[in-house]
Write a new protein. Structure first.
Ligand code: GTP
Length: 240
């Protein structure tokens, strides 16, 4: 029997992970797949917090280069994460997994407000907590929101889901000879400017010594394998 090596995790999903083969919105088959994968980890008794991006619906940074004021664009991006959070909540509950959505921006008719102590209580009761609307502040990415929430709920690790197998020395989609790291330090990620998460998110993990595992979510069973300590993806941690 696989045994989890983490008690509490923060899973970071990008909005793009929900795109499937489409170029906009949510592919419900992908949503079902992700919900099942999360359900398999939940069944191990692992406490799960989730931060989800919104890039499948609206990309704040991109819009800000096309004439929308950066602050407005970032708020629009946060609203996109709320939509994804509700979609994921629904998919998880269809799998019989209890969930709560907490939002960094007040929208009480739709989601609970983010209250750290309440989030922890939900986790202790076995509910998956989905954190919507990033940090609630413009100029911060949802990766940074993931670092922040992970710190706040005292997660043991951040699992950063991507569509490649881990962290590479160069872009694996463009460069055939890109090499994957099984382990790398936060400092190396920052100094080599490896595009794993933005530098604020990585620095926060470094300063608080929070390990980060980057892995491919498209492969069946990967989240569960990572949670059980199998050598999947890339682990980012401090120098020993
Ligand atoms: P316990 O206190 O552990 O029983 O947690 P609970 O979440 O079940 O209790 P509560 O009575 O606070 O919540 C019941 C339901 O209402 C849950 O689905 C919550 O997510 C939801 N809920 C609670 N507060 C809010 C809120 O401010 N806005 C919205 N939209 N839903 C809320």
């Amino acid at each position: 029997m696989d045994k989890p090596i983490y008690k509490r995790i923060l899973l970071k999903l990008s909005g793009e992970a929900l795109l499937g083969k489409g170029s906009f919105g949510i592919d419900t088959n992908v949503l079902k797949f992700v919900a099942k994968e999360i359900g398999d980890v939940h069944a191990l008794g692992v406490q799960i917090g989730i931060v989800i991006g919104g890039g499948n619906i609206f990309r704040g940074m991109e819009a800000s280069t096309k004439g929308i004021d950066r602050v407005s664009a970032d708020y629009m991006g946060m609203l996109a994460t709320a939509m994804n959070s509700l979609a994921l909540q629904n998919a998880l509950e269809n799998h019989g997994i209890p969930t709560r959505v907490q939002s960094a921006i007040g929208m009480k008719e739709i989601a609970e407000p983010f209250i750290k102590r309440r989030a922890v209580r939900h986790l202790e009761k076995g509910r998956v907590v989905i954190f919507a609307c990033g940090t609630g502040s413009p100029y911060f990415t949802t990766d940074t929101a993931a670092s922040l929430r992970a710190m706040e709920i005292q997660a043991d690790v951040i699992l950063k889901a991507t569509n490649v197998d881990g962290v590479y020395d160069k872009d694996p989609v463009k460069e055939k000879d890109a090499r994957i790291f099984s382990k790398i330090s936060y400092t190396e990620v920052l100094t080599r400017n490896l595009k794993v998460m933005d530098s604020t998110a990585v620095s926060m993990c470094r300063d608080n010594n929070l390990p980060l595992v980057v892995f491919n979510i498209e492969k069946i069973g990967n989240i569960r394998s990572v949670v059980c300590g199998k050598p999947i993806g890339t682990i980012i941690e401090g120098e020993k």
